[in-house]
Design a protein around this ligand. Sequence first.
Ligand SMILES: [Zn+2]
Length: 73
Amino acid sequence: MTDSTLPFRLPPSDLYEQIAQSHPSLLAGRVICGKCGQTRQVEAAACLRHGWPKCPCGGGTMGLASTTKEKGK
Ligand SMILES: [Zn+2]
């Protein structure tokens, strides 16, 4: 843990934990690349804080797998 001095208090990280746990798709923490379809396991709360990961293929930011249309389901 870094002990950086901030000019103001950031909102409690619990907020993100709450959000992450309020959606099954966020709990699953599974993101998918819209370009190549590669999936990745992430910590949803961390992604809500810092942003979603970018796919190594360069296709862009990955999004929640369950919010993407799955074919054959
Ligand atoms: Zn990709």
